[in-house]
Every structure is written in structure tokens, then in C-alpha cells.
Design a protein around this ligand. Sequence first.
Ligand SMILES: Nc1ncnc2c1ncn2[C@@H]1O[C@H](COP(=O)(O)OP(=O)(O)OP(=O)(O)O)[C@@H](O)[C@H]1O
Length: 268
Amino acid sequence: MTSPAPIAEPQETPRPEAAAVPALATDGVSHSYGPRRALMDVSFNVQPASFTALLGLNGAGKSTLFSLITRLFGIQTGRVSIFGHDISKSPGEALRLLGVVFQPRTLDLDLSLTQNLLYHAALHGISRREARARAAELLDRIGLSERAGSKVRDLSGGQMRRLEIARALLHRPRLLLLDEPTVGLDVKARADIISHVRQLVTEQGIGVLWATHLFDEIVAGDDLVVLHQGKVLAQGPVSRVITEAGAQDVNTAFMRLTGAQTMPGGGA
Ligand SMILES: Nc1ncnc2c1ncn2[C@@H]1O[C@H](COP(=O)(O)OP(=O)(O)OP(=O)(O)O)[C@@H](O)[C@H]1O
């Protein structure tokens, strides 16, 4: 993948006073599926220009949380705000600033790369001309310009993920949610995706919430939220979470926090 260049968005250059408003704030969020409690009093923030890893085992509640933030589900208890816009009270303003890459692939396999992007741009009310320019720019950035007219079906898994990230960025969001985006990818494709998303943080100031169960996707300097059985067990800069758990690394900190004994497949 070619190195992504920053999108020129002069009007969205982070201002000092804007840094005080979290990109994402969840406050006392709880959710139940009938009698099953999936999330309990979940509160944490994602800052602009930060990479926040949401670490949890299968069933921790990560996808449920994403469904609430994206308004797929209505909020039962608590509040979610995106750059200060409450998603229940001001959904238009909030969702305009949000880009999402869901865990299941959602591309149309029989359309071309460009067609997939244009279709999504139309949903966001972006003019055809502007959409074409943005699609070309994003395809260039993810190193897939030469495949613009190919059917998505012919791409590799890693290329599809890159295209999904490009699609999520078409409307120039300031907060990006990714739900276990590297599942099923090989080592090289995983590294490419992670490095691409980290560049979006450092070069464009995008706030990222990255759901994962893999420790090796988390590095010093990230923010970390440990979600376990629907509860936030720890949050803060990775180094602080490790220190407060009396551990030397994320893996051990996670095990101490959750009381887990063994970690399957090198992940949490
Ligand atoms: N539609 C549903 N109906 C009933 N229970 C559900 C439903 N969706 C999720 N759950 C339950 O809610 C809890 C949280 O699931 P969720 O899918 O949010 O976790 P997750 O961390 O995303 O896990 P995974 O990585 O496996 O997707 C689990 O106990 C799950 O069984």
C-alpha cells in the first residue's frame, strides 16, 4: 500500500479550543438484549487525534457498543456524543462527523471500486463531480488507483478492507470507528491497515476507536479501554493501564484485570 497523504481540509485544521471536546464520549451506557445484559454503565472518551484501542474478548460487548454509536440500535440508558453532539438529540450533526468500518464486509462485490465509493458518496449527498474527485484521491492514497474499474470481488481481503476504510473517509469524518478490521487478514495486510489508520490519526487528526481482541495491535502511546463482559475494567494511556494493573505488558495487564488464565491464539 502506498503511504497515505493527508487530506487537505484547511477549514478542519484542529484548533486548540476544539481539543477540549472529545471526538467520542460515552456516558453511563447500558444495553440489554431481553434479559441478557450486554453493556453495563460504559463510560469513556476518545480524544481527537488519538488512537484508542477497545480491547475485549468475543462477547465483551464491542459490536453492541458500535451499534449504539452508529444508531443501529436506540440508546436504552446513558448518552453518546460525537464532538459534543448528542447522537440521540442531534443525530445529523453527530453522524456527519462519523465514519465506520463494520466487522462484516459491506461492499458490493459486483460493482467496481469506484462505483462502490460513488454509491456511498451519493448517500452522503456529495455531488457526483466532487465524489469522483474524492474517490480518485482516496483510491490513490490506498494504492488501488489502477484497480479503480475492477470488480471488488477480484480484490484480496486486505485490499477490500483498505477500500472500506477509504469509503468510510469519503465524507471526511473526524471520528473513525473500526470493528476488528484485521480479522482474517494475513500479517502483511494487517500491518498495512494498522499503519494506514495510525497515519490518519497523526497526519489528519482523526480520532480512532479500534475494537480488537489482539494485543499486538496495541502500542505504547495508544489509549486503551478494556471491556470485559459488558463492563469497562480499565481505561487510559496504555502505559498507565499497565502500571495500574501491576503488569509489564498489555497481555499480562489484561489477564490480571479479567482474571483470565490463558490467551487463545496470542490475542486477548
Ligand atoms: N442480537 C442479540 N441478541 C441477544 N444477545 C446478543 C445479541 N447480540 C449480541 N448479544 C450478546 O451480547 C453480548 C455482547 O456481544 P457483542 O457481539 O456486542 O460482543 P463483541 O465484543 O462484539 O464480540 P464479538 O467479537 O464476538 O463480536 C454477548 O453476550 C452476546 O451473546
